[in-house]
Design a protein around this ligand. Structure first.
Ligand SMILES: [Zn+2]
Length: 180
């Protein structure tokens, strides 16, 4: 571990990269981290360690629909970490209430979600009963799904999902726009 202010190399030997500063022909660490030397580029930098933090409401996640019940879906999820951080979760299963599928009333899950779909979701709340996700916002929803007839991957076409293999049309709560 390198500490801020520690001498790394002379600026004749190396070019200072991220996490370094130069003073009077010498390169020093600007941050605490691990020294990374690239001999070919003749550069030296200091990589800051990954910050580990607990999962929190508002975090994004990719989630697989594991099971669908009357009013709640069981999801297996993976939080989306930003650069330089890692999100730790004590459990990778979460619930999606039918009220969090879209704004307004939803009668049946199967009109919007099927087992095996992958969704882009956001953590709505974390309670003692479990982690709850939402896909109600327009940028959230199904990003990957398979044809119920032939298992080929469905492609979004307008407001429906179409199977390129057999032409089957299915409905999903689709995620609008770019995936993160
Ligand atoms: Zn098909």
């Amino acid at each position: 571990m390198i500490l801020p202010g520690e001498f790394l190399a002379t600026s004749e030997e190396s070019v200072g990269g991220q996490g370094t500063f130069e003073e009077e022909g010498k390169l020093f660490a600007a941050v605490e981290g691990k020294q990374v030397a690239d001999n070919r580029a003749r550069s030296v930098s200091v990589a800051t360690p990954t910050v580990v933090r607990p999962l929190a409401a508002g975090d994004y996640a990719y989630a697989l629909v594991h099971d669908l019940y009357e009013s709640v879906a069981l999801m297996e999820f993976e939080p989306v970490s930003r650069k330089g951080e890692r999100i730790a979760s004590h459990n990778n299963y979460a619930y999606l209430r039918i009220s969090e599928i879209q704004r307004g009333y939803t009668e049946h899950f199967r009109d919007f979600l099927r087992i095996g779909d992958v969704v882009k979701a956001r953590v709505k709340e974390i309670t003692s009963l479990g982690i709850y996700l939402t896909i109600a916002d327009s940028e959230l929803g199904v990003v990957k799904s398979h044809c119920a007839r032939c298992k080929a991957e469905l492609e979004p076409r307008g407001r429906v999902m179409v199977c390129p293999a057999c032409g089957n049309k299915e409905q999903r709560k689709m995620a609008a726009g770019q995936h993160f």
